[in-house]
Design a protein around this ligand. Structure first.
Ligand SMILES: Cc1cc2nc3c(=O)[nH]c(=O)nc-3n(C[C@H](O)[C@H](O)[C@H](O)COP(=O)(O)OP(=O)(O)OC[C@H]3O[C@@H](n4cnc5c(N)ncnc54)[C@H](O)[C@@H]3O)c2cc1C
Length: 408
């Protein structure tokens, strides 16, 4: 695996600084997935110093964001359109390796190269108004007030927040009549660990997104029978998904967010990409879709018209919701349940930025959001105390080297 950067330079690594509980920092970044690391990169490039001006907190055990938890059969080849983090490309990865390993290793290298000093495992439990820290309080000036970030390792007082907590921590389980009566196994796609545990079982897969399709295609060859149900008919997208289609999809999500509504699933705006494997699965009947059943029974599922399917397992590939419970004390939500935003900034609190949320919930969106959030925060916070000189370029190592650039 090679990491290549635009200019091929390594970041200087700051001398070790221990962050104490109750530390006073400019920015807390919550989450070290694609969105949080992109924000941290841009903070550092703007001159903010990790562990002095900003901290990055993540409650997962290892680098990789949500990728570290994805099922082992989700190989790197099955990941489509993964964008590299800013300043350091990921090339030459073995497409047969699990994406959890490939991307975990890449994120690890990225954090080290740019000295981002992610603190893990640190869980942010709540963010609230600090109630007027005397040294910081200036009436009417939000930048002078502090946010109290409560964590499993103590508190931080921050002038601003970049929230990059993704969705993996909030799998969405639909509530369906009769679920509690089912005698078999029910699981969410986030707990899927490959097809083996479905061998010889009769499986009902619920959900119309990419995970549903990928997991169904893996399970079908080993299962006794599979049934696929979706609330709405799936839309398979032929042809390429280029910049124009991407912009159109993002615009649809932005419109909902503007209206103060929660963002819908990715697949609802992008459709399902038609691949050769999907084409074959459709021809073989594996992707024969049925509408959502009326109820779950002790032995399977039943539709309105009396049809039934016997099942040993029901797999809910029904997506995720934004993991934002820790922000509840800030009252950012609108009556419609969503959070209104201007770019990445929440309208209800200009100190709070959401990256990887709604329109930026993709790897490319997360990159852009990280950059935009830092641009905005610089205006809010003013020039960092010690603007940071960019590292001097030096040639990239030829083989499997680290070549990152804070200048890209
Ligand atoms: C199965 C699957 C496949 C995908 N494939 C693709 C693809 O091929 N191409 C693509 O562009 N996108 C893909 N996506 C979407 C893509 O993964 C995401 O948009 C992007 O990686 C999310 O990055 P993130 O930083 O927003 O969140 P995450 O990667 O989820 O990172 C969030 C981080 O925040 C941490 N965290 C959460 N809550 C707290 C808390 N309270 N305190 C401290 N830390 C916290 C978590 O530990 C985690 O490390 C896929 C998504 C899924 C589910």
């Amino acid at each position: 695996m090679n990491y290549t950067g635009v200019r091929g330079i390594e970041a200087e690594v700051e001398a070790e600084v221990k962050v104490d509980a109750d530390a006073n920092v400019d920015v807390v970044v919550i989450g070290a997935g694609q969105a949080g690391l992109a924000a941290a990169f841009h903070l550092r490039r703007a001159g903010y110093v990790p562990d002095r001006d900003f901290v990055v907190l993540d409650h997962s055990p290892r680098p990789g964001g949500a990728w570290q938890f994805r099922w082992p059969t989700l190989t790197y080849a099955k990941v489509h359109g993964m964008h590299a983090l800013p300043g350091m490309e990921l090339t030459g990865a073995d497409p047969r390796r699990p994406s959890s390993e490939v991307i975990g290793a890449y994120f690890d290298r990225y954090e080290q190269t740019f000295g981002l000093r992610v603190h893990r495992p640190v869980s942010v439990t709540a963010v609230r108004e600090s109630g007027g820290v005397p040294w910081a309080e200036r009436a009417g000036d939000v930048a002078g007030r502090r946010l109290l970030v409560e964590t499993s390792e103590g508190n931080f007082a921050a002038r601003a927040l970049v929230n990059a907590t993704g969705t993996w921590d909030r799998p969405f389980w639909p509530r369906l009549p009769g679920q509690e009566t089912f005698g078999g196994r029910q699981l969410h796609s986030s707990s899927y660990d490959g097809p083996e545990s479905f061998r010889d079982a009769r499986v009902v897969v619920v959900g119309g997104g990419t995970s549903a399709v990928q997991q169904l295609m893996e399970i079908a060859p080993v299962a006794a029978a599979t049934t696929w149900v979706t609330r709405r008919p799936p839309v398979f997208r032929e042809g390429t998904f280029g910049a124009e289609q991407g912009r159109a999809a993002v615009a649809l999500v932005e419109e909902r967010v503007r209206q103060g509504l929660p963002p819908r699933s990715v697949v609802s705006v992008t459709g399902l990409p038609m691949t050769e494997a999907i084409r074959q699965a459709r021809e073989s009947g594996v992707l024969e879709r049925l509408p959502l059943f009326e109820r779950v029974t002790p032995t399977g599922v039943r539709w309105h018209d009396g049809r039934t399917a016997e099942a040993d397992v029901i797999l809910y590939a029904t997506g995720f919701r934004a993991a934002l419970d820790h922000l509840a004390p800030l009252h950012l939500r609108e009556p419609g349940g969503g959070i209104r935003m201007d770019g990445t900034r929440t309208l209800r609190d200009p100190r709070v930025h959401l990256v990887g949320y709604g329109p930026s919930a993709s790897t490319i969106g997360a990159n852009r959001a990280g950059r935009a959030a830092v641009g905005d925060l610089r205006r809010l916070l003013g020039t960092p105390p010690r603007p940071r000189a960019l590292p001097r370029p030096r040639p990239a190592p030829a083989e499997a080297g680290v070549a990152g650039s804070l200048a890209s």
